[in-house]
Design a protein around this ligand. Structure first.
Ligand code: CP
Length: 332
């Protein structure tokens, strides 16, 4: 049985097969390949795109989606083993995973990190616990990585740019008033290097580098797949010649759990907004973002409304790639 927890576990060839199938599903979206199948979608955090695209995608293939929000419309879940459960959680992931596995053919989970202790959160223990106790495939709907977003980004880039090998991909940190999850940034590095792109990570300084787990995985991907990974703190140099600009804001990991201590640094970084002046330095680059995006904070109206902005295409592609993942994991 295979899970879809992180693309670190999937080869470029396997991911390509998912993308080829996703493109076919985009052409012919309605089928009955999930007839008789049910999928549990567990959201510990808010969502618009992920929830809608999974629900609609499952319905388009004749399956049933059961959406649960533990702690709101379902019992709160304890994910740590050996805990004395005298907090707010009413049941343990062990029972949740086993019971849902009896009802459903697949479990998908969104569980953002807790923003308290990165040494704990960096191990992605919640989704690993779900996969350990489930007897059906488990899909990551965003934890400390966002592999479904990765596939949507890859499909969008392939549609617009063709073969991704050696294409110049810029992942730029952007301004935002509060420290956000590093998941999409980690994922952007993983998928761009997995497809052999020449990747530049632009961030304000070393404190904004991503966790060594993902920096190392991206470097390994680059070595295996013939691309590269460069770190830059120079906005002008990083944008120059880029063919794809991908924006994301994230919290500096040395300040994880201490946002007040990061603020004096962060408040000076508004210049990292994506604007037309920066995009003019590129090689007619496309721009995208996973969404949601605060306009005129992370990117200007002009960038978001430009023909080169493919964020809506990427959001649409969530639907097609997730359907492909479900069919693959369920052998349908
Ligand atoms: N990009 C993404 O996952 O969007 P949602 O948080 O709205 O699901």
């Amino acid at each position: 049985m295979r899970h879809f927890l992180t693309t670190e576990d999937w080869s470029q060839e396997d991911l390509n097969q998912l993308l080829v199938q996703a493109a076919a599903l985009k052409e012919n979206p309605i089928n009955d390949r999930l007839a008789g199948k049910s999928v549990a979608l567990l959201f510990l955090n808010p969502s618009m795109r992920t929830r809608t695209s999974f629900q609609v995608g499952i319905q388009q293939m004749g399956g049933i989606a059961v959406v649960l929000q533990p702690g709101q419309d379902a019992w709160g879940i304890e994910f740590r083993s050996g805990e004395i459960m005298d907090g707010t959680a009413e049941e343990h992931v062990s029972e949740v995973a086993q019971v849902l596995s009896r009802y459903c053919d697949l479990i998908a989970l969104r569980a953002f990190p807790g923003f308290q202790n990165w040494e704990d959160d960096r191990h992605d223990n919640f989704i690993l616990a779900m996969a350990e106790h489930a007897t059906v495939p488990v899909v990551n709907m965003e934890t400390i990585v966002h592999p479904c977003q990765e596939l949507a980004l890859a499909l969008t880039m392939k549609e617009k740019l063709g073969d991704l090998f050696k294409k110049r991909f810029l992942l730029t940190w952007t301004w935002h008033p509060k420290p956000l999850n590093t998941a999409v940034a980690n994922s952007a590095l993983l998928i761009a290097t997995k497809f052999g792109m020449d990747v530049t990570l632009l961030c304000p300084n070393e404190e904004y580098l991503l966790d060594p787990r993902f920096m190392t995985a991206a470097r390994r991907n680059a070595e295996i797949n013939g691309g590269s990974l460069t770190v830059s703190h120079n906005i002008q140099e990083a944008y120059t010649g880029a063919e794809m600009v991908y924006a994301k804001s994230w919290g500096a990991l040395p300040f994880y759990g201490h946002p007040d201590e990061e603020w004096p640094l962060r408040r000076q970084l508004r210049q990292f907004i994506v604007d037309e002046e920066k995009m003019a330095l590129t090689d007619n680059a496309l721009f995208s973002h996973c969404l949601p995006l605060r306009r005129n904070i992370k990117a200007t109206d002009a960038v978001m409304d430009a023909d080169y902005c493919v964020a809506i295409d990427e959001a649409e592609n969530r639907l097609h790639v997730q359907k492909s993942v479900l069919l693959n994991l369920l052998n349908c």
